[in-house]
Design a protein. Structure first.
Length: 386
């Protein structure tokens, strides 16, 4: 049995990594296209495209690992049926429960790895991705500014000057001239500060100036109604410059830690917690379904049921998404959660409906009564009625 166990595990592992590689390449192809398009549009710097692509591996694994388990078990065990190896093993007295046990031992480590990815790694990857994009977008406005020169803002919206820019993105000796609308008249606003930096505040990238002065109405054609120049000092001044602002980062809904979800009472957090807990069981349930779907006849191809496996996975995933959305909106009871979906598919994987149907038919089949055996009847000839 040790040789057979090793043989089965090698077949399962080879098929598993082959399917995983193909699905990851398909997933990364679409994600790489999106990131390159964002880099061309200037939404993210091109220097962080590779980092963002690597950070998308954990969320992709969380989605495709159940499908990989389904396809790998179905294809590897299906090859045994196709090459008639399963017939030889069955004739040697190896029961189907043996293969079910081996597949179960193969899927348990995958369930643990998927649980670790779903509960720990995926929230970390979302948070790290947001921080990298936010840091890059904080530095990106500075990349178009030449220190020591008066830089004209796009669309002639004003003039920006800074003496120097440090490696951390801190600006020194800042001078900004912009036009503001006040009382149906445009006025010049000049800001002067010794120190400044770009920061994310309430989802917007703003320039924060410290210990500076603001001058309103410096030129004759933009003086205030009183004809005087308004001078104000400030300790901290937050100014939004749309011409230098980058795109806002996406909301951090999926980066909430699992420990926070356990203590949260909001419907959205509870639904996300249910999703993370149910995801690892999808590897086990769909893997056992793959074992059941691996049974092929002599004239059936090895890939005959791949389409049905994909349809089954889509149905499973869509049911989970509908349940999660229902829990978020309060239309699905939180006490039940998403567990009916994997339990239903687990019953589909473990119950042999063909054998169950045969047993039910044998019980309800009516019993026929045996015919009574009668002796030979005498044939009467004409004229011998007496």
């Amino acid at each position: 049995m040790r040789i057979l166990n090793k043989y089965l595990y090698i077949e399962l592992l080879k098929t598993f990594f082959a399917v995983l590689t193909v699905l990851l390449l398909i997933t990364f192809g679409s994600e790489a296209t999106k990131l390159l398009a964002m880099a061309v549009e200037g939404k993210v710097p091109s220097s962080i495209v590779l980092q963002l692509l690597l950070l998308k591996i954990p969320p992709a694994l969380e989605v495709i690992l159940p499908l990989v388990a389904l396809l790998s078990v179905m294809l590897s065990v299906g090859r045994l049926y196709q090459d008639q190896e399963m017939v030889v093993m069955s004739s040697c007295g190896i029961s189907p429960q043996y293969f079910q046990k081996r597949v179960l031992f193969f899927l348990i480590p995958l369930v643990l790895v998927t649980a670790w990815i779903s509960l720990v790694v995926t929230p970390w990857s979302y948070k790290t991705e947001r921080l990298i994009i936010g840091e890059a977008q904080t530095i990106s406005p500075i990349s178009g500014i030449v220190p020591g020169r008066f830089n004209t803002l796009p669309n002639e919206a004003g003039v920006f000057y800074t003496k120097s820019i440090s490696d951390s993105g801190e600006l020194s000796n800042i001078w900004i001239q912009r036009q503001t609308q006040a009382k149906d008249a445009k006025q010049d606003l000049i800001l002067v500060a010794p120190i400044g930096r770009f920061e994310w505040i309430d989802g917007r990238l703003v320039l924060v100036l410290e210990d500076g002065y603001s001058y309103l109405g410096m030129h004759d054609h933009t003086k205030t109604a009183s004809g005087d120049v308004e001078v104000q000092s400030f300790k901290r001044f937050e100014v939004l410059i749309p011409e230098l602002s980058a795109q806002p980062t996406r909301p951090a809904k999926l980066e909430v830690g699992t420990d926070v979800l356990w203590t949260s009472d909001t419907l959205e957090h509870q639904a996300l917690l249910q999703w993370r807990l149910v995801t690892p069981f999808g590897v086990l349930v769909l893997g056992l379904i793959g074992l059941k779907m691996s049974r092929t006849g002599p004239r059936e191809g090895r890939f005959a049921k791949v389409f049905f496996a994909l349809v089954l996975y889509i149905i499973y995933n869509q049911l989970l998404m509908v349940g999660r959305d229902g829990m978020t909106e309060g239309g699905w009871p939180m006490s039940i959660g998403l567990w009916p979906v994997p339990l239903l598919f687990l019953i589909l994987a473990l119950v042999d409906f063909r054998q169950l149907n045969f047993q039910l038919l044998s019980k309800i089949k009516p019993k026929t009564k045996p015919n009574k055996v009668s002796g030979p009847r005498k044939r009467r000839l004409p004229g011998n009625e007496d």
